[in-house]
Design a protein around this ligand. Structure first.
Ligand SMILES: O=P(O)(O)OC[C@H]1O[C@H](O[C@H]2O[C@H](CO)[C@@H](O)[C@H](O)[C@H]2O)[C@H](O)[C@@H](O)[C@@H]1O
Length: 273
């Protein structure tokens, strides 16, 4: 049974770093990270979320000592272009679209069947939402984010109504939630948690040598925290509107940077890398 707690009840992954490290037990942590709100702060528009040079450097160093994957709700190509590192794995569209070093490319959730519905929904949403100031329709290969961060409070309900209308005629799609977005996703039993487990298997990490560690800030990261609760470590960055299945907490993107650098040093000190 998955244990959930309030974010503020979680121990700090920085202050309790020694305790967290004790879970490694000589295993190498394999690191899975969300992008928005974890590697970059949440900003007004998706294209403004630029990775800092310091964070890129930290990811690059970490990926030289262990496996590192970015598991994002963003389009896979978009997030790979933002991170700009070729020694990482990238899972985009909430894990439906995965690539990595050595020409690894896979779409394990079977979302291709939902492409016609996503294409149609994209057109309808663009048309119906163009009158609502501040709304933004972001098409990813296997998801559509409808952003309302910049929509007036009294218009947000109208955005939701349009999303619900579109979904009501498209059983191939379902709704997802995030920070000031509604998402339309393939109506399939696949999510970030399943993508992480798939990557573990595919990369040969499902053994006594590795410990999965997942860091994320959003409600969609809860599937990954839940999937790893028995066998790994989940770290929530900041908080979201719900309880969490993570086991540790980091306050901010700045803390994620400090944590990743400490992790690299720890893995090196373990004699790996
Ligand atoms: O799984 P993630 O990598 O965290 O992606 C989740 C969504 O992130 C982006 O939207 C969020 O960040 C934007 C920039 O900070 C912000 O403006 C927006 O309000 C947030 O919801 C991205 O645009 C979405 O496609 C992702 O699904």
């Amino acid at each position: 049974m998955i244990q959930k707690r309030e974010a503020h009840e979680l121990p700090s992954a920085l202050k309790q770093f020694n305790e967290l490290k004790a879970h490694f037990n000589n295993k190498i942590p394999a690191v899975f990270l969300d992008y928005d709100g974890c590697l970059t702060p949440i900003v007004q528009r998706p294209e403004m979320a630029i990775l800092s040079d310091e964070m890129r450097e930290a990811l690059h160093k970490l990926a030289s000592v262990t496996k590192v994957a970015v598991v994002s709700g963003r389009d896979r190509q978009n997030v790979a272009e933002l991170v700009k590192l070729d020694n990482l794995y990238y899972a985009g569209s909430h894990g439906f679209d995965i690539t990595g070093p050595g020409a690894m490319a896979s779409e394990p959730g079977g979302a291709k069947a939902a492409l016609p519905a996503l294409d149609k929904a994209d057109l309808v949403l663009q048309e119906k939402l163009k009158e609502i100031a501040g709304s933004l329709v972001e098409r990813k290969r296997y998801a559509i984010a409808v952003h309302f961060r910049n929509v007036a409070d009294d218009q947000v309900e109208q955005v939701r109504k349009v999303v619900d209308e579109v979904l009501s005629s498209m059983p191939e799609l379902k709704i997802g939630h995030g920070k000031k977005i509604y998402e339309l996703k393939p109506n399939m039993d696949w999510h970030k948690g399943k993508a992480v487990l798939w990557l573990m298997e595919e990369l040969g990490l499902n053994n006594a040598n590795y410990l999965p560690l997942y860091i994320g800030d959003d409600i969609t990261d809860e599937d990954a925290f839940a999937a790893l609760q028995e066998q790994g470590i989940g770290i929530l960055v900041g908080e979201h509107d719900d309880k969490t299945a993570a086991t540790y907490r980091l306050e901010s993107v700045d803390d994620v940077l400090i944590f990743l650098n400490s992790l690299t040093d720890t893995i090196k000190a373990q004699g790996h890398g």
